[in-house]
Structure formats: structure tokens, C-alpha cells
Design a protein around this ligand. Structure first.
Ligand code: FAD
Length: 322
């Protein structure tokens, strides 16, 4: 059996996504359990100096593919480079974040490498050399345990579900030759929403649904801002045109796992729950005491969100001395 764990870093403009540190920390734990080393692959352009910091999260080796062709993420080029690294390093486990990019990349890698892939894993354990992952299925109705077979096994972890642990490792940086291969794709344009916290990485998400009654989300934005969190929305709110699709939480939106999820005026349809039920603490504010969201909530407030949200905001301000 080959050994070695390979984590795949995710960076945007040289800044690593939080899920990279989660993947590395979990990768370290798996590598220790299997008695092997942990490498991390970093792809991008001009990213060598930033990559050195990854040793702090447990990487023994930091494999940097620094190439102008890799400046922007493209499925083909990234798959080609990582497949090249895998064929050389022969890891038994590959771990990365199940972010939008990670989902895309892991699926393509799985097909290219003919490997097993578990998406959206919330925990990983080892049992006599077997790698067993837990992942929500059927919109979060069940938690399934899967044993991954073959090598390498690809584990895509749900952002915000693994502990970040710093380590004493120094982590040596090795610049590797990147073979981006041929691609029929051409990068044309990137549009970034600036100053907005990434929903999947936020520790706190405050979401508004159809109960918001219109596009004025200022009360939700104030509360989210005060808590250092991000604003989310249900599909109904997005379909109404009140919020952009990038804010949608749920089966056809983003999957979030924050420490605190506050659902305001959201009924709790199964498709919405699929995107937030693994949040650590769920608070629901809804004027209908029968709303299904209360069955999932740790704390529920039956009332009008336009009264409750400002009251909570004021209380938090008092606690914070603002
Ligand atoms: C294939 C498919 C995929 C889908 N994907 C998603 C998805 O990714 N994400 C998603 O969210 N949905 C998704 N849906 C839609 C989903 O089924 C629901 O229709 C949607 O989640 C409902 O949104 P909502 O809770 O905001 O609206 P509603 O169900 O209309 O609920 C509004 C709630 O607001 C409460 N309310 C109203 N006014 C107030 C007030 N002033 N104060 C407090 N509470 C108030 C009401 O009591 C009610 O419970 C999908 C559906 C399908 C079929």
C-alpha cells in the first residue's frame, strides 16, 4: 500500500481560504494515524512566499506549483497539475475543502484518477488502516458512514466542520514543475464582490427568507455586521430578486456550517435545511409557532422578525458596550 497524505490548498489572490487550514489540520491527524507524511499542494502564480506559512498547520512538505498559467483557477489546468503530483507522490489520501472550487476539482480528480471520493465530509476516522468518513445525505436527513476504497481516496471536507490545529512542523517548501497541459478553456474575466464575507467561511450567518417581505435586509445586515458574520438568504428571497444567488443557502445554494446560524422569516423547508443543518447552534425567528425550522433550532423565538431582530441587535450592542 502506498502512503502519504496530500492536502490541496485553496487560495485567492495569495490568501488561503480557511478551509485550507482545516484540510491541513485534518490531513495531519490522518497522516499521524496512518504513520505517514503530509504534503500540501499549492497552485497559483506568485504564491511561493505565502506558502511557507502552511508548515504551521502540519505540512511536512509544501509543494508549490508557481506558474502564470495557474493564476486563475481552471478545472483542466488544476486537474492536470494535481494529477501529475499524484502520479509522482502516490498519496493514499487526498484531502481538500468542499468549497465551490473544491467540489469541482475533487469530482474531476476522482474521474481522472479513478478514485473514490466522499463529498462534504464532516468527520474522518481511521479503523485498522481503513479511512471512514461521515457525511450528511438526503439533504441532511441522515449521517452516513462511508469506507473509502482504492487509492488514492479523495476526501472533500465541508468548510467549517474540522478543527484547525497548529503544529510545530517547519514544513519545507519545494517548488515543483507544473505541467498545466492542454486546455480548451480560456480565462476571460473575473468579477469579485469586494468587502463581502464568504458565506461558507463565516463563523456566524444571519439569513433572511420570504418573511423579510422585500429587499430591505438592513436589519439582518446590521445584526450580521455586529456579530462579524455574513448574510444569507433562502431561495424564495433569491427568487424574488431580493438577494443575489451567491447568498442562497441550501440544496441548490451554498452549504454552510457556522458556529451560529440565525434564520429569520425562514420556514425551514428540507431544501433549506440541507444547507445549514450542520451549523453548531441554530436560532430561528418566525412568527408561526408551527414553522418546521423550530424542529431543527436550538433556540427559537416566536415573533415578528422586524421587532425581534432590532431587539437582539440592541442587546448585543449593550453587551459589547457600543
Ligand atoms: C429542487 C429544489 C431545490 C431547492 N433549493 C433550495 C435552496 O437551496 N435553498 C432554499 O432556501 N430553498 C430551496 N428550495 C425551496 C424550498 O422548498 C422553499 O420553498 C424555500 O426554502 C422557502 O423559503 P422561505 O422559508 O424563505 O419561504 P416560506 O416557506 O414562504 O417561509 C417564510 C416564513 O417566514 C415567516 N414569516 C413571515 N413574515 C414573518 C415575520 N414578519 N417575522 C417572522 N417570520 C415571518 C413565515 O411564518 C414562514 O414560516 C428548493 C426547492 C426545490 C424544489
Amino acid at each position: 500500500m502506498s502512503c502519504g497524505v496530500l492536502a490541496i490548498a485553496e487560495q485567492v489572490n495569495g490568501v488561503f481560504r480557511k478551509v485550507t487550514y482545516e484540510a491541513l489540520s485534518e490531513g495531519r491527524r490522518i497522516a499521524d494515524g496512518l504513520g505517514c507524511s503530509l504534503s500540501v499542494a499549492v497552485l497559483g502564480s506568485g504564491i511561493k512566499s505565502n506558502s511557507e506559512s502552511l508548515g504551521k498547520y502540519g505540512a511536512d512538505r509544501i509543494l508549490v506549483a508557481d506558474d502564470a498559467l495557474l493564476e486563475e483557477y481552471m478545472t483542466d489546468t488544476y486537474t492536470n497539475v494535481i494529477a501529475g503530483i499524484v502520479s509522482k507522490e502516490k498519496p493514499c489520501v487526498i484531502i481538500l475543502g468542499a468549497s465551490s472550487r473544491g467540489r469541482d476539482l475533487s469530482a474531476r480528480l476522482s474521474a481522472r484518477l479513478d478514485s473514490s471520493l466522499a463529498m462534504d465530509c464532516i468527520s474522518v476516522r481511521l479503523d485498522a488502516g481503513n479511512v471512514i468518513v461521515t457525511r450528511p445525505m438526503y439533504g441532511g436527513k441522515i449521517l452516513a458512514e462511508l469506507t473509502l476504497e482504492g487509492e488514492p481516496r479523495i476526501i472533500a471536507i465541508r468548510p467549517n466542520s474540522m478543527k484547525i490545529a497548529e503544529s510545530q512542523k517547519a514544513g519545507a517548501v519545494e517548488v515543483i514543475t507544473a505541467d498545466a497541459g492542454v486546455t480548451a478553456l480560456k480565462f476571460v474575466e473575473k468579477k469579485l464582490e469586494t468587502g463581502k464575507m464568504e458565506l461558507t467561511e463565516a463563523d456566524v450567518v444571519v439569513s433572511g427568507g420570504r418573511g423579510m417581505g422585500g429587499p430591505d435586509y438592513s436589519s439582518i445586515e446590521n445584526l450580521a455586521g455586529l456579530l462579524g458574520g455574513a448574510v444569507g438568504a433562502s431561495r424564495s428571497a433569491v427568487d424574488e430578486g431580493w438577494r443575489p444567488h451567491s447568498d442562497q443557502v441550501g440544496q441548490t445554494g451554498k452549504v454552510v456550517s457556522p458556529n451560529l446560524y440565525i434564520a429569520c422569516g425562514i420556514s425551514g423547508a428540507i431544501q433549506h435545511l440541507a444547507g445549514m443543518s450542520s451549523s453548531k447552534v441554530i436560532v430561528a425567528i418566525n412568527k408561526d409557532p408551527e414553522a418546521p425550522i423550530f424542529a431543527k433550532a436550538d433556540y427559537g423565538v416566536v415573533g415578528d422578525l422586524f421587532e425581534i431582530v432590532p431587539l437582539i441587535t440592541e442587546e448585543i450592542k449593550k453587551v459589547k458596550g457600543l
